[in-house]
Design a protein around this ligand. Sequence first.
Ligand code: FES
Length: 127
Amino acid sequence: MPRVTFRSPLQEVSAEVAPGTNLLEAADACGAQVGHSCGGACACSTCHVWIRKGLESLSEQDDMEMDRLDLAYDVKPFSRLACQSKVADADVDVQITEESLKAYMDEDPATRKALEAEGKWPPRKFT
Ligand code: FES
């Protein structure tokens, strides 16, 4: 099974997932801090991630995802929406964007407060 690894200034976590799993589901499987304000309905851009390895192996980007990514911050040629990107057989390395990490912390204030108390939030650098 392919391994999906998520990196941010706060964590590096990974999970082996079945082909066909989307990256947001993979994030949930390993506790990766990927924002998901709309719950995976392709109605926000808070699950915006950068694919550092395995981009070509992901499911094709459709028009809806492209339109939604137009609303995202700091979009790169290797940007994808985690909830719309399904893995195939290859391993995938994902960098959680600043936009997505901030959204996650807004969605989970208890985690943000705990990290603030430890002096870990906000990080000095996001990438
Ligand atoms: S969670 Fe909203 S577009 Fe992916």
